[in-house]
Ligand binder design. Structure first.
Ligand SMILES: *Cc1c(COP(=O)(O)O)cnc(C)c1O
Length: 380
């Protein structure tokens, strides 16, 4: 048996053709492929606007800036996420406060967020960054109600969840990052994620104002639109202190080609998840799936009593499971700041027990059966 990672990209001949064609064209960056990728991605998730960026971390950075986060302002997020979900707040010199997770869905708990909000005067917090963890959508409608009540913005970290959805109270299917209930959605195109561009990211929104701010911040704050002066064809104005967070055309070509396979990929991921669930039902705890939700399954997470032992035994058998995540508030950088916030018992208990099993569309039946047998043999 060859090595089995927890996630891996799938590059097809069509992907190679798309990239080669773009490399042989006139534009390596800032050409037509970036716009095409933005349009197709916005359409795919059902958002009005999309802005392609170099990676999701850069996207999160300009998302908090577009929402006007000022030094010292406070934002709530989950400790069970990749550090980037919190780091964006620190880039803008804001304060990160953590609330606890739900012990069954592993998502940021709305009850925990609400009690944190209630423990402080109104206006104390500016925003929330919930994460569609493992591909399971947060209930964005509930978050919107809470955010409206407390005057908060919402950035949905949907890096795990292109193609995931939940059903709202009007029984409408709402795709992750579609901007109906959240202000900005953020996606990543790192190779372990659904769509692999090497590096890459996408921001989605339904707000024209936010779209324009994000587009400006992505490219140095420079624009030729709505200028106060105009000295001639060469003239531009720099209106904000922006960045170079632009995605290239050949990465966009790869993204377009991969996006076309995403629905099929999510379907296959769910078939893999169903086989794991069938094998583990009644024996091993796995992430819950609330009614009406489609988990895009970036990850398949289980909980066991002997996590370290299982991790080591699987490695000996060439199965490279992973841990998602070391709670962000326990990372030395955040520990040294001294995080504030709620009781994070569920997040810490989860971290002691969690392990992510191989999950990617090209995982074969034979490989998955091998993984299942090893997990059943060693898990306690
Ligand atoms: C991968 C990931 C990011 C960062 O994505 P990059 O494109 O690597 O910058 C942010 N948040 C979550 C939840 C992620 O999984």
């Amino acid at each position: 048996m060859k090595n089995i990672p927890y996630g891996r990209q799938n590059i097809t001949q069509e992907d190679l053709n798309a990239v080669t064609e773009t490399l042989q064209g006139d534009f390596l960056t800032q050409g037509p492929k970036v716009q095409e990728f933005e349009q197709k991605f916005a359409e795919y998730v059902g958002a009005k606007y999309a802005v392609a960026v170099t990676n999701a971390t850069a996207g999160l950075h300009i998302a908090v800036l577009a929402l006007n986060l000022k030094p010292g302002e406070r934002v709530i997020t989950t400790p069970i996420t990749f550090a980037a979900s919190a780091n964006c707040v620190r880039y803008a010199k804001g304060e990160v406060w953590f609330a606890d997770i739900d012990p069954d869905t592993y998502l940021l708990s709305i009850d925990s967020v609400r009690s944190l909000l209630n423990s402080k005067p109104k206006g104390f917090f500016k925003g929330i960054i919930p994460v569609d963890f493992a591909g399971l959508p947060v209930d964005a409608e509930e978050y919107r109600k809470l955010a409206d009540e407390y005057g908060l913005w919402i950035i949905e970290d949907a890096c795990h969840a292109p193609g995931g959805s939940f059903t709202d109270s009007q029984l409408v299917e709402q795709r992750c990052g579609n901007g109906v209930y959240t202000d900005i959605g953020v996606f990543s195109f790192h190779p372990v994620k659904h769509i692999a561009c090497g590096e890459g990211g996408m921001l989605t929104t339904n707000s024209k104002t936010l779209y324009e701010k994000l587009a400006l911040l992505r490219t140095h704050g420079i624009t030729k639109e709505n200028m106060a002066e105009d000295h001639g064809g060469w003239f531009y104005e720099m209106k904000e202190l922006g960045f170079n967070y632009r995605l290239t055309d050949f990465q966009s070509a790869l993204g377009i080609s991969q996006l076309a396979r995403n629905d099929a990929g999510v379907k296959t991921r769910n078939q893999i998840a169903d086989r794991y669930k069938k094998a583990f039902e009644g024996k091993i705890k796995f992430q819950a799936l609330p009614n009406g939700q489609i988990n895009a399954h970036h990850l398949f997470v289980i909980e066991v009593n002997n996590r370290k032992e299982l991790y080591d035994r699987l490695r000996e058998n060439k199965i490279f499971a992973q841990i998602h995540y070391i709670p962000v508030h326990t990372l030395p950088y955040y520990k040294n700041i001294g995080y504030q916030g709620a009781d994070l018992t569920n997040a810490e208990a989860y971290y002691a027990r969690c392990i992510s099993l191989p999950m990617y569309p090209t995982l074969t039946l034979e490989e998955q059966e091998y993984v299942i047998n090893k997990v059943l043999a060693y898990a306690k």
